[in-house]
Design a protein around this ligand. Sequence first.
Ligand SMILES: *[C@@H]1O[C@H](CO)[C@@H](O)[C@H](O)[C@H]1NC(C)=O
Ligand SMILES: *[C@@H]1O[C@H](CO)[C@@H](O)[C@H](O)[C@H]1NC(C)=O
Ligand SMILES: *[C@@H]1O[C@H](CO)[C@@H](O)[C@H](O)[C@H]1NC(C)=O
Ligand SMILES: *[C@@H]1O[C@H](CO)[C@@H](O)[C@H](O)[C@H]1NC(C)=O
Ligand SMILES: *[C@@H]1O[C@H](CO)[C@@H](O)[C@H](O)[C@H]1NC(C)=O
Ligand SMILES: *[C@@H]1O[C@H](CO)[C@@H](O)[C@H](O)[C@H]1NC(C)=O
Ligand SMILES: *[C@@H]1O[C@H](CO)[C@@H](O)[C@H](O)[C@H]1NC(C)=O
Ligand SMILES: *[C@@H]1O[C@H](CO)[C@@H](O)[C@H](O)[C@H]1NC(C)=O
Ligand SMILES: *[C@@H]1O[C@H](CO)[C@@H](O)[C@H](O)[C@H]1NC(C)=O
Ligand SMILES: *[C@@H]1O[C@H](CO)[C@@H](O)[C@H](O)[C@H]1NC(C)=O
Ligand SMILES: *[C@@H]1O[C@H](CO)[C@@H](O)[C@H](O)[C@H]1NC(C)=O
Length: 462
Amino acid sequence: MTPQRQLFSSGIVVVLVFSISISLCFGRGTSPGSTSRNRGNGSRRLPLHKGSSTRPLTPPPIRVDVFGGAKGDNRTDDTKAFERAWEKACSSNGKVVLLVPPHKSYRVKQITFSGAQCKSHLTMQIHGTIMAFGELSDYHFPNNSKLHYWLTFESVQNLVVEGPGTINGNGDKWWQSSCKQNNKTHKPVPNCNNDAPTAVTFKKCNNLMVNNLNFEKAQRKHVSFENCTNVKAFGISVNAPEGSPNTDGIHVTETKNIHISNSRISTGDDCISIISGSRNVQATNITCGPGHGISIGSLGKDGSEDHVSDVTVTGARLNGTMYGVRIKTWPGGSGYATNITFQNIQMDNVTNPIIIDQNYCDTATKVINGECKPPPLQGRSNAVKVHNVTYRNITGTVAKGGEAIKFDCSKTVRDGCDKIVLENIKLDKGAAVVWSNVGKLTCQGLVSPNINQCRNNIKFAL
Ligand SMILES: *[C@@H]1O[C@H](CO)[C@@H](O)[C@H](O)[C@H]1NC(C)=O
Ligand SMILES: *[C@@H]1O[C@H](CO)[C@@H](O)[C@H](O)[C@H]1NC(C)=O
Ligand SMILES: *[C@@H]1O[C@H](CO)[C@@H](O)[C@H](O)[C@H]1NC(C)=O
Ligand SMILES: *[C@@H]1O[C@H](CO)[C@@H](O)[C@H](O)[C@H]1NC(C)=O
Ligand SMILES: *[C@@H]1O[C@H](CO)[C@@H](O)[C@H](O)[C@H]1NC(C)=O
Ligand SMILES: *[C@@H]1O[C@H](CO)[C@@H](O)[C@H](O)[C@H]1NC(C)=O
Ligand SMILES: *[C@@H]1O[C@H](CO)[C@@H](O)[C@H](O)[C@H]1NC(C)=O
Ligand SMILES: *[C@@H]1O[C@H](CO)[C@@H](O)[C@H](O)[C@H]1NC(C)=O
Ligand SMILES: *[C@@H]1O[C@H](CO)[C@@H](O)[C@H](O)[C@H]1NC(C)=O
Ligand SMILES: *[C@@H]1O[C@H](CO)[C@@H](O)[C@H](O)[C@H]1NC(C)=O
Ligand SMILES: *[C@@H]1O[C@H](CO)[C@@H](O)[C@H](O)[C@H]1NC(C)=O
């Protein structure tokens, strides 16, 4: 064999081994209720598949009701039962299924499902509903903690969390007491708070799969991936009202190699938000609305240095959202958002389908002299650079009074937005297009509404 051939055939072996280990990691556990073998709760060991005696043995699922003693009557506090069942599942050897049975509603308080000591390859199957308690007094946050959590999966390797059940944050009281009111009929609340927790957080999880799950009425964000690598999330459904504040659908931070697909998100804030430290993020076949659309950022808040790169959104439908695909950065920050592609996207009645906002300032921040600069950043001229962003095959309609394309770039940093490509854009011809301080802007194919200046690749001066 020539060296090249050897290299090639050992490549095949590597691919084979790799795909076998992937199927081991991500292999589905036994599904409950389908055959009688799943109803056992003893230590009986049964083959994974009927009629195959050579396959590895897996124990029956660990049920939160049978093992942990959870009631699931939509009233009893089942927190301890879930913790016991998790401990048991985590300390087992080999593959294990932790089962939340169907047709029941389990009420739980804050829980951290830690994987640091786990010996097993865990699949959590949620068939019923896991629901939060409704009162703010049901929550206790550690003093001085900035980020608040309801359910957290932390440092779990090779975890699968799958449905078809529901996780319900029961967030009404949190929304009503939130300082950020995006409910038009609601006046700012005295004694408001910004304490609402994220409903479900995956923290430091590697090789994670989350699928076929419904998330509803989160207290704040619905699902957050923090500091994870190799994540697959698909078949996710998110449902919260348009007026619910800060209820992002899927949030990605400090996470590398994540693919989110085939998901449907209706909520009061971002459909998907991707923030600092995230790299290689793919979103495919995502339906959003209502909500604020798919966002990269915000980045650079309080002068921070943030990096996001290699984000591809392919195949999305946004209906009735405030924004479509948005990159938002605060004045005064540093770092970059780069290598970003938004393609094959349908917009229906979207107020700002394509937007880069390098002068982002959320409503809670003081605008000083008409500029978005919180006091410590006044006079500081920096920006998170937005480079190499391609918008390709984006079609649809713009909401009344909206702007089809808006590039509002930093005026203090030269080429703060640069290497922006618009290719085959077909949005309402009559809709507004606005831009300022854009570096190199290239148009390819049809771009409507028309940006005259970009046809010849004119480089704009500051
Ligand atoms: C679980 O085991 C207990 C006692 O071992 C038994 O009473 C109960 O019926 C079992 N439940 C199921 C679902 O098999
Ligand atoms: C659980 O209780 C809440 C009220 O606290 C109610 O809105 C919900 O419909 C109940 N869910 C089920 C499944 O009974
Ligand atoms: C948190 O603060 C409260 C009141 O200030 C105090 O009573 C409590 O001991 C503190 N808890 C911790 C864990 O520090
Ligand atoms: C991410 O996790 C690594 C270790 O797994 C840790 O060193 C790092 O501080 C974490 N980053 C954040 C932002 O939590
Ligand atoms: C919006 O405000 C109205 C009137 O106060 C209230 O009935 C409704 O529940 C609020 N919606 C949300 C999502 O908070
Ligand atoms: C796209 O996602 C939806 C769920 O939101 C699913 O029903 C549909 O089959 C997916 N389409 C493709 C081509 O996978
Ligand atoms: C957009 O959403 C509205 C309200 O849910 C619905 O009536 C309409 O049919 C949707 N439009 C498209 C093009 O799907
Ligand atoms: C952007 O993509 C190019 C080409 O693939 C790559 O060389 C570069 O490292 C990427 N930039 C970042 C910051 O990842
Ligand atoms: C720009 O980003 C795309 C991904 O969105 C990448 O494929 C391409 O290589 C990048 N180009 C440069 C010059 O970095
Ligand atoms: C353009 O995007 C639409 C979805 O909005 C998709 O159906 C179509 O196949 C895409 N066209 C090309 C050439 O990729
Ligand atoms: C378009 O969206 C606006 C809000 O942005 C809404 O008031 C209007 O009813 C929507 N129109 C259609 C046709 O859905």
